[in-house]
Design a protein around this ligand. Structure first.
Ligand code: NAP
Length: 218
């Protein structure tokens, strides 16, 4: 019997690569989107939901409860970047970043732990997960992404029957927002890495993304 994975933000840049990778491995993919669903097929079912407020997340979970009860894998991928000069950041901006990054991951993970045979969770961090920096434009985003790191470690201790992973993602090729001189990686390569991490069925913190060593020349 094939396994079921829920991928949030599945209609985005990394999301679509993840959908293709897991579908190619015979998974049943529940692909969350907001406004841009793909086409359903034998392996992929698109589920729409607005995660900009808690009510929308609750509506998504209630509406799809029967389908979501099959999930053994969850990829918390939704988490849009926000840009704001640090000097202009107010409390409401931090709340908005936590609403986008943390609240969907918490509510969906909790829902699946209590109602589905959940075994594996992977949450997408960002390039500097776990590092201390002085951020000029992404302070709220960085704070919320690092909260996901603390959540992942705490969940792993609280729910020993589930494996929790945090993946520290570098900038993607074709990303709409790229830091100056960013080193980018293709979304397909990242999706393949994530697939193999989840196949290991262990908890882990994948802080440093390094390209695989080049094949040695003969
Ligand atoms: N891109 C990068 O270089 C980069 C670098 C580091 C970390 N990351 C992280 O990697 C993850 C994926 O990033 P990405 O660049 O692939 O994302 P993306 O292309 O910007 O995708 C955005 C996704 O969010 C969905 N969405 C938008 N508004 C929504 C709403 N109100 N409610 C629910 N869903 C909504 C979109 O759905 P529709 O299109 O259907 O509306 C789409 O699926 C994120 O966690 C991001 O923080 C990205």
């Amino acid at each position: 019997m094939s396994e079921t994975v829920l991928i949030t933000g599945a209609s985005g840049l990394l999301g679509r690569a993840l959908v293709d990778r897991f579908a190619a491995a015979d998974f049943q993919v529940l692909a969350h989107c907001h406004r841009h669903p793909g086409k359903d097929n034998d392996h992929v079912q698109w589920l729409a939901g607005d995660f900009s407020a808690s009510k929308g997340i609750g509506d998504f979970l209630r509406k799809n409860e029967k389908t979501l009860r099959q999930c053994r894998y969850l990829i918390n991928n939704y988490g849009p970047i926000t840009l704001r000069p640090t000097i202009a950041v107010q409390g409401k901006d931090l709340l908005a970043d936590f609403q986008q990054q943390v609240v969907p991951a918490v509510d969906i993970t909790h829902f699946l732990i209590t109602r589905a045979p959940l075994q594996m969770v992977l949450t997408i961090g960002f390039e500097f997960s776990g590092e201390i920096h002085a951020y000029q434009k992404i302070l709220g985003y960085a704070m919320a992404k690092n909260a996901l790191l603390l959540l992942t470690r705490s969940w792993a201790a609280a729910y020993p029957r589930v494996c929790f992973n945090l993946f520290s993602l570098p900038s993607l090729e074709k990303a709409k927002v790229l830091p100056k001189q960013a080193q980018t990686v293709p979304a397909e390569l990242v999706a393949d890495r994530i697939f193999h991490i989840l196949s290991r069925r262990r908890s882990g913190f994948h802080y440093r993304y390094a390209n695989p060593p080049a094949a040695s020349k003969k």
